[in-house]
Write a protein that binds this ligand. Structure first.
Ligand code: SAH
Ligand code: SF4
Length: 436
């Protein structure tokens, strides 16, 4: 979602004379877009700020030019005052729901007097209504945020506090943005939301549409070849979306469905409102409708009160679900969440060893999944050049990284048929059969 927000900020600033630069050394404006989901991400913000300060001081010394520095994203939202205290040289602090105001905030930066412009409001009119409608160059694959915020209040999670309450964008603005992305050459769109499958909005027929119906509508866009979405919540997984996986060829066979823990006791303490059995039943149903689909998930180890039995229940659930890929994290205490004051916080060493066990199991499942794709033929959108000569990288329908060789100089953005020849831990290798 931060990638999407960064791209939209770039679109927004272009009419004001800014253009994207890979090099911060001589940048007039540096926007640090931040994540607050785990403590590590916050620490990273402050260390990045230290690094940026050195760069802008050097630029000032060498050229006399002052760079404007803005901190955006969820750390800005949650720690705006703290940033102003710890890094008073920062010019702008702007939250994820108010970055549409960035041009005004930049215009207000006073080059001599030091005052921080802060805007961390949750506006009543959603930012999407104010975002510039221009879309710039994106490459072959792009993100499109359709849903933001969350009302579920899992006890470990800061999202409801930093991104605000659940909001679904209207269909018309989603279709409009998708068409604009296609116009700049995009072939694959990943629909984004904190709980993307909670998306719902009135359709042209005045009934309430869910994500499955939206995907069906987007699939009608001719030049749009691949559709993905992330992240889904088990409670919002409806039959329409499951059927969309069976019926819509452009929808990629990949479902990211986090559960966090395999223990019902911990799920309850996390306020997830579903059991491990209900989660497994959803996966079973998805596989009934779409047997050849890659399932992915998220896990948190060491949530307060997690016993060895709870941990074993998580390992057992992983065995039963059989993931193609999954993300796992140590529980990180987040200020303001109810979990942060729960008793029985887990010792760091225990968290480390549990994380190791979970990751080992997930790793073995991932490699097994990758091996099942060897000898198959898949359609791949070529995304970029690889490190080696003549090497290209793309993503398989199952969201695997794929690499292959071709002497063709101009394959980026095209679709190729690949015969998968070899499987690795985090990728598969293929040989090109034909390009379209
Ligand atoms: N809405 C999605 C998840 C969004 S947050 C869902 O409900 O499943 C992305 C992931 O970050 C979560 O799935 C969780 O695994 C992880 N995460 C969130 N808060 C965390 C915390 N306090 N400590 C560790 N991991 C966390
Ligand atoms: Fe966070 Fe997801 Fe729970 Fe919402 S549903 S509070 S985003 S983990």
């Amino acid at each position: 979602m931060n990638f999407y927000d960064s791209e939209r900020m770039t679109d927004l600033l272009k009419p004001h004379g800014y253009q994207l630069d890979d090099n911060e050394d001589d940048a007039d404006l540096i926007v640090l877009n931040t994540c607050h989901i785990r403590e590590k991400a916050v620490e990273k913000t402050y260390s990045e700020l230290g690094r940026i300060r050195d760069k802008i001081n050097l630029r000032k010394e060498n050229t006399g030019k002052k760079s404007i520095v803005a901190v955006a994203g969820c750390v800005a939202q949650a720690q705006g005052k703290e940033i102003m205290k710890r890094s008073p040289w920062v010019d702008i602090v702007v939250g994820p729901q108010s970055y549409q105001n960035l041009p005004e905030l930049i215009a207000k930066v006073d080059p001599i007097k030091k005052n921080v412009n802060i805007n961390i409001d949750f506006p009543t009119i959603p930012k999407f209504d104010h975002l510039d409608t221009n879309i710039n160059e994106r490459g072959a694959s792009a993100f499109l945020t359709i849903q933001e915020g969350c009302d579920k209040f899992c006890t470990f999670c800061v999202v409801p506090f930093t991104r605000g309450s659940e909001y679904s964008r209207p269909i018309i603005s989603i279709i409009d943005e998708a068409n604009k992305l296609i116009d700049v050459g995009v072939k694959e769109i990943t629909l984004l939301g904190q709980n993307v499958n909670a998306w719902n909005a009135p359709g042209p027929d005045k009934t309430i549409w869910g994500l499955g119906r939206l995907i069906e509508e987007l699939a009608k866009i001719n030049k749009l070849e691949f559709i993905r979405y992330t992240t889904s919540h088990p409670l919002d997984m409806d039959i329409e979306l499951i059927k969309a996986h069976r019926d819509i060829d452009k929808l990629m066979p990949y479902l990211h469905l986090p559960i966090q823990s395999g223990s019902n006791k911990i799920l309850k303490k996390m306020n997830r409102k579903h059991t491990a059995k209900q989660y497994l039943e959803i996966i079973e149903k998805v596989r009934d409708y779409k047997p050849n689909i890659a399932i992915s998930g998220d896990f948190i180890v060491g949530f307060p009160g997690e016993t060895e039995d709870d941990h074993q229940a998580t390992l057992q659930l992983i065995e039963q679900a059989n993931y193609a890929q999954a993300y796992s994290f140590k529980y990180s205490k987040r200020p303001g969440t109810s979990g942060s004051v729960f008793s029985n916080q887990i010792d760091e060493n225990i968290k480390n060893s549990r994380l190791h066990e979970v990751q080992e199991l997930l790793r073995s499942q991932q490699i097994s999944f990758n091996e099942t794709t060897v000898n198959s033929t898949i359609k791949v959108l070529v995304l970029k050049k690889g490190k080696k000569n003549n090497q290209y990288l793309g993503r398989s329908p199952f969201n695997q990284s794929v690499f292959f060789n071709s002497k063709n100089k101009n394959l980026i953005g095209s679709t190729v048929d690949l015969h998968i020849t070899e499987a690795f831990q985090n990728s598969v290798a293929g040989e090109i059969i034909n390009d379209y």
